[in-house]
Design a protein around this ligand. Structure first.
Ligand SMILES: [Zn+2]
Ligand SMILES: [Zn+2]
Length: 253
């Protein structure tokens, strides 16, 4: 089993609160963001890739926020726009339908041409090397998590004690578990299930308590763990913490 993935997995499960796989994802994502804003920007091989791919909306937003290398970001953007335009422009131009007149008949080909230009744009705007690298790393992480669960007793305990595994990462873990032998999958899925059902129950109870606090008869009761139960539920359902932090809801209320 690959050691380079075992250390971060152990670290993520060593910390408490939230989903450990989200912690792994966040760390890996930050590393890739730093990589793409770092010296790699000037390497022709990396530029060949980013000229073609650009970045997805989520990662453009994150690169924009990480103001460490504005010039680098400008250079990457410049050559990506050029590359995009060089491929798109001639196809776009030739897709402009000719007007049907007396001499020229109707040509329904234009419909297919317009759709293929739309397909080209759609394909190019959705590619992202950070997403690709991240998906690849997550594949290794879930493989290591399953392996460590059945080969490392300490890790097994840590896995069971995780606050929760968010639902998108439960998907990854279940798919990985489907590749295990039946006996290995039995213990792993049993632990994953217990963790999951306890999370559902406690969030349901917490959110209900949160709503009951709005009843004037309960004003003096303590908030307890229900105070941030909405945000915790959102993080559990989505694996995404960006707009679900407790500060955000305070600003709005
Ligand atoms: Zn997660
Ligand atoms: Zn991305």
């Amino acid at each position: 089993m690959e050691k380079i993935y075992m250390i971060p997995v152990n670290d993520a499960y060593g910390e408490s609160g939230g989903c450990p796989v989200c912690r792994l994802r966040d760390k890996a994502e930050n590393n890739y963001l730093e990589y793409y804003l770092g010296p790699s920007l000037m390497e022709p091989d990396t530029r060949k890739i980013t000229n073609k791919t650009g970045f997805c909306p989520v990662h453009m937003g994150k690169l924009n926020k990480a103001v460490t290398n504005r010039l680098g970001l400008g250079l990457v953007m410049h050559t990506h726009l050029k590359d995009f335009n060089e491929e798109l422009n001639p196809k776009f131009k030739s897709a402009i339908p000719a007007k049907a007149g007396l001499l020229k008949g109707r040509n329904p080909d234009y419909k297919q041409k317009l759709n293929s230009v739309a397909d080209l744009i759609e394909k190019r705007i959705s590619t992202c090397p950070i997403c690709d690298n991240l998906n690849d790393a997550m594949g290794h992480y879930v493989e290591v998590i399953c392996w460590m669960f059945s080969h490392d007793k300490d890790f097994c305990e840590k896995f069971k004690k995780a606050e929760f595994h968010c639902l998108p990462h439960t998907v990854l873990l279940l798919r990985q578990a489907s590749k295990l032998s039946q006996n290995e999958a039995a213990d792993f899925v049993d632990a994953l299930y217990s963790n999951n059902s306890q999370t559902f129950e406690s969030l349901i109870a917490n959110v209900e308590y949160f709503t009951l606090k709005f009843d004037y008869r309960n004003t003096d009761k303590p908030w307890g763990t229900s105070k941030n139960s909405i945000q915790r539920s959102m993080r559990f359902l989505s694996s995404d913490g960006r707009d679900f932090d407790e500060q955000q809801s305070k600003k709005q209320s």
